[in-house]
Design a protein around this ligand. Structure first.
Ligand SMILES: Cc1cc2nc3c(=O)[nH]c(=O)nc-3n(C[C@H](O)[C@H](O)[C@H](O)COP(=O)(O)OP(=O)(O)OC[C@H]3O[C@@H](n4cnc5c(N)ncnc54)[C@H](O)[C@@H]3O)c2cc1C
Length: 399
């Protein structure tokens, strides 16, 4: 008996959750397809909690569990490989040394950090997107903190990643930190609500974070950053520059012979199918999707997570002759971490700030972690940490 094969490329919010959702359908032994998840990393990354890894509030096993563990009790086969291209018509995926074909193909490889051609950016600026990026950042901070002087950090991009990282680093560095946030736009958190903008502004001010808006970066060196404000150049000494501005679509996705939007993303129907290739679906950051109600879908984990429900259903429907469902996006709200034990969240008519928002954000993310087993492990660890800290303090005080 030959089974249908579903090949999912990319193991993030779009790809992994599609794969896990697929396992929930009542396949019979005869109808169950072979499911393959391909990713270039061996672990999933829950990026909204990457800040907590940098500050040491969370550990890598919590935010980046290996696929081997997540998929252990499922029929999904994980294949670690970097995809180099796809033949959409044949649904054949190029893995370098080999190829793999599927009856259905899902593209969910996410975005990359945009790197404009600014002198020194590639050589000296730190990115903040992957676990490896966060590890490099952590190591650099550790080195800087072993010295005695002030630690000067410039973060480029006043979107959510830049704001959240600035607040977390300001709290981590305390009175040794000098944190600066730079953005070429005239406001922070351009796509967020006034509530989130005000909460973030307040958090930046409370922490003494310098904000340079309407300012462009013209050069980065090992020890300086050059800023241009109204044609006035300012060369500032800096110990670390973190680049969080902009997301771009991977070049091999933009090169595929399909319809793209002006950001190179794959245009999909509301059912997440590529118009010319109905057996190929795309979701998450690589998909240019307008949902059934005409809403353009943002590049967020929230959107990819919701699309994964529809992608799984539509794969099940395609395999079993059922009707496909057009994606309907439901904006649940906004959440921002604004430093240690501080956050802002709004949604479903509720607005919260401070420690209550911090706890609520953690609980929402705990619920969103993949697999019940992983949620229980992380939840248990969070519950036990205060006790373990207390016991450690007690023991060290008695020595
Ligand atoms: C630091 C940070 C914080 C964020 N915080 C939030 C937040 O709080 N809320 C929110 O809604 N969104 C947040 N986002 C955005 C969110 O992470 C993305 O929108 C979301 O991850 C998109 O899901 P995706 O499945 O398209 O891509 P991803 O989750 O990025 O997954 C892509 C997967 O594909 C793999 N991959 C990439 N290229 C290849 C290849 N060539 N071959 C094989 N595998 C490949 C990657 O390793 C990865 O596993 C944040 C992003 C970052 C960087």
């Amino acid at each position: 008996m030959t089974r249908n094969r579903i090949v999912i490329v990319g193991g993030g919010f779009g790809g992994l959750y599609t794969a896990l959702n697929l396992c929930q359908f009542p396949w019979t032994e005869a109808s169950r397809p072979e499911m393959v998840l391909i990713s270039d990393q061996r672990h999933f990354l829950f990026s909204p909690l990457l800040y907590e890894f940098v500050t040491g509030e969370m550990q890598s096993w919590e935010i980046a569990p290996p696929y081997e563990e997540l998929l252990a009790d499922t029929p999904i086969r994980f294949q670690p490989a970097q995809v180099r291209g796809v033949d959409l018509a044949q649904r054949r995926v190029d893995l370098g040394k080999e190829t793999i074909s599927g009856d259905y193909l899902v593209l969910a490889v996410g975005g990359e950090t945009q790197r404009p051609p600014i002198p020194g950016l590639s050589e000296y600026a730190y990115e903040f997107r992957t676990l490896a990026d966060a590890e490099r950042l952590r190591e650099r901070l550790r080195q800087l903190l072993t010295g005695t002087g002030v630690v000067r950090v410039a973060i480029v991009g006043a979107g959510p990643s830049g704001i959240e990282l600035a607040c977390k680093l300001a709290d981590l560095l305390g009175n040794r930190g000098r944190v600066r946030l730079v953005d070429r736009g005239a406001e922070i958190l351009k796509t967020f609500s006034p509530f989130a903008q005000e909460a973030a502004q307040k958090a930046l001010e409370q922490r003494g974070i310098w904000l340079n808006l309407s300012t462009t970066v013209t050069e980065i060196t090992a020890a300086t950053i050059t800023l241009n404000y109204k044609d006035q150049l300012d060369v500032l000494p800096v110990d670390m520059v973190v680049w969080t501005a902009g997301t771009r679509t991977p070049a091999w996705i933009t090169a595929l012979p399909a319809q793209h939007d002006d950001q190179g993303r794959l245009v999909v129907r509301p059912t997440l199918q590529l118009p010319e290739y109905p057996h190929v679906l795309a979701l998450g950051d690589v998909a240019a999707c307008v949902d059934e109600n005409g809403q353009a879908i943002p590049r967020t984990a929230q959107a990819a997570f919701q699309q994964a429900d529809y992608a799984a259903w539509n794969l099940w429907a395609l395999s079993s002759g059922r009707s496909l469902l057009p994606f309907k996006y439901f904006h649940l709200g906004e959440m921002l971490t604004l430093g240690t034990e501080d956050a802002a969240m709004s949604g479903l008519g509720v607005q919260l700030q401070g420690s209550l928002a911090y706890i609520a954000r953690r609980l929402v993310y705990l619920w969103r972690l993949p697999t019940l087993k992983h949620r229980l492990q992380v939840g248990w660890h969070w519950m036990m940490t205060p006790w373990l800290d207390w016991v450690t303090t007690l023991v060290s005080n008695q020595r």
